[in-house]
Write a new protein. Sequence first.
Length: 216
Amino acid sequence: MKIYGISGLGADKRVFKYLTLGHELIPVDWVKPQKNETLIKYSKRLIEEYGIGNEEEFGMLGVSFGGLVATEISKLTKPKFTILISSVETKTELSGIIKLAGKSKLIELIPEKLLNPPKAVAHFLFGTEKKHLLNSILDDTDLDFTKWAIRELMNWSNESRLTNLIKIGGTKDKLLPPKGENTILVKDGEHFMIVDKAKEVSDIINGEIKTHYNKT
């Protein structure tokens, strides 16, 4: 069974290379957003480009901002399960500061070049041990995409909960702290735990799929 993986804001398929899943992981590359494109329309483009939903059985996986896209794709298709890592399921799980910033339209006033934080700040926020990987990803980030993604995150309106959900959050995540009783917590996991705690995250995913979604 294929699992389509969507990385975090500005990141790419490099964040998946430490996972050891029992199913084939298909990384979904970010495409350039069209002018004034909504997250839902963007998700529809990814569905079409990757043929998501053409198989009878498939799964979705989203990390951080990629979890929002995975959620929207899951609402439009029928995956066997959806995995959210260091992400949120609905707009109610976003912090009040994020939602307030979205309403204020503050992001529109910020120049793109200011959206690439100093490496030391990024290391603190993401909490990663593999700083070289995070640095490489940050250096390759498209800041126009980053601004679009932050705007869509701040204004995300989803209130629908997913039926077949595997939701994993780190107890020390500073960017998107885990919320909801349906979250499987990873002790001391930070926002980059898909890399730093890849074995633990992989074990949770494989165990959940085997227990709940591999029944025949």
